[in-house]
Design a protein around this ligand. Structure first.
Ligand code: 1CP
Length: 347
């Protein structure tokens, strides 16, 4: 917001400009695949790490130092604001977010509390510490979209098809609306806290929304995603919106007010651009499965993604979904070097 990162390649690309190099960062770059992350996390639970500003900031900085990516992403999790609002949720290693009890009935939803005024202080402090170290390199803030949060809240944990959430939106639309309104409020506040503390852009993850039809998305989900990003509308930061398997939903997802669309690896970027119109900046979409392929195979794939990204007004290179935990970190560094070198040659 103070303009420090306004001329950085990634913020320029998010605004539709084409910088000299192809900017790049990786979803889930913080944590997981980095040995320095695993060393730091020994003996600390995931949510405790997220709520410790010294630790969240150090973990956010690690991939920027190691890979030279164009942006950091704040180390946290989509369920952190739920936890801070008093929801009984834990992140179980090897599984993901698990609730003490699922939230499914009118009474369950009525019992949900708003965030206390200072509840987000550990997030603001973690972001402020990170931004102070990053200088002119932007930090991306993020949050989960209301549907993806509801997929965990209603199921009580990770699920394959989010069936109970997809039933509830039709079986009890009033409870559904109340639940998503609450989720939009806490997740929007989480986004806003990150921007006020210095994040230069935000990404709204609606990871599991690809399980919905366009009609269900537009009537039962989009209004609440719109409410969530309304919390940062006056702060004038670029908003990236991403989900998995969203080829049919891209236009509807963009219409909630997103500036940039993240595309998963099922849809080539030139096809995404044709669906959205060339004026929409794109982010994506290296196939995470290719990270373990021999370098010449991966290199050809990355160059193909960059070439297809040129059909859009601008492009930020990223994966089609998160970094797999077993990824060799050197491969990510090599992709950054390739993007900065060959991306420039062909810009
Ligand atoms: O590097 C980064 O991207 C920042 C850190 C980050 C982000 C952006 C984490 C740390 N989580 C997230 C977002 C997140 N969390 C999403 C949206 C992004 C995506 O689609 O990948 C989702 C769906 C979650 C939920 C979640 N948290 C899962 C998935 C479970 C499922 O349903 O399959 C898991 C495994 C977690 C735990 C988690 N979050 C982050 C880390 C490093 C971990 C693993 C921690 C551990 O087990 O110790």
């Amino acid at each position: 917001m103070d303009g420090r990162t306004a001329d950085s390649p990634i913020i320029r690309a998010y605004r539709g400009d084409r910088p000299d190099t192809v900017p790049v960062w990786f979803m889930r770059q913080a944590g997981r695949s980095l040995p320095e992350y695993r060393a730091l996390r020994v003996g600390t639970k995931m949510l405790d790490a997220c709520l410790n500003p010294e630790m969240s900031s150090e973990i956010s900085l690690q991939p920027v130092r190691r890979h030279g990516v164009d942006a950091g992403i704040f180390f946290s999790d989509i369920v952190v604001p739920l936890k801070l609002a008093g929801v009984d949720v834990d992140i179980v290693p090897g599984r993901g977010p698990v609730l003490g009890a699922p939230i499914r009935s009118a009474a369950d939803v009525a019992a949900l509390r708003e965030l206390a005024p200072d509840a987000l202080a550990p997030i603001s402090e973690g972001v402020a510490r990170t931004v102070a170290q990053l200088g002119t390199t932007p930090l991306i803030g993020f949050a989960g979209a209301p549907f993806t949060l509801a997929a965990y809240l209603v199921e009580g944990g990770p699920s394959k098809d989010h069936l109970r959430a997809r039933t509830l939106m039709h079986a009890d639309p009033l409870v559904w609306d109340a639940l998503l309104t609450w989720a939009a409020g806490v997740t929007g506040a989480f986004l806003r806290a990150q921007v006020l503390a210095g994040a230069s852009a935000v990404q709204l993850f609606d990871s599991w929304v690809g399980s919905l039809s366009v009609a269900d998305y537009e009537s039962r989900v989009a209004p609440f995603s719109r409410q969530a990003i309304a919390h940062v509308a006056d702060l004038a930061v670029p908003v990236v919106h991403f989900g998995v398997g969203t080829g049919e939903l891209l236009r509807s997802m963009h219409a909630i007010g997103a500036d940039v669309m993240g595309v998963d690896d099922r849809l080539p970027l030139d096809t995404a651009s044709a669906r959205l119109g060339a004026a929409v900046p794109l982010q994506g979409n290296i196939n995470p499965a290719m990270l373990a392929a021999p370098w010449p195979v991966l290199e050809a794939h990355v160059l193909d993604v960059i070439a297809r990204g040129r059909t859009a007004t601008s492009h930020v290179l990223n994966l089609g979904h998160g970094v797999p935990p077993e990824t060799d970190p050197d491969v990510l560094t090599r992709i950054v070097q390739l993007a900065h070198r060959d991306g420039a040659a062909h810009a």
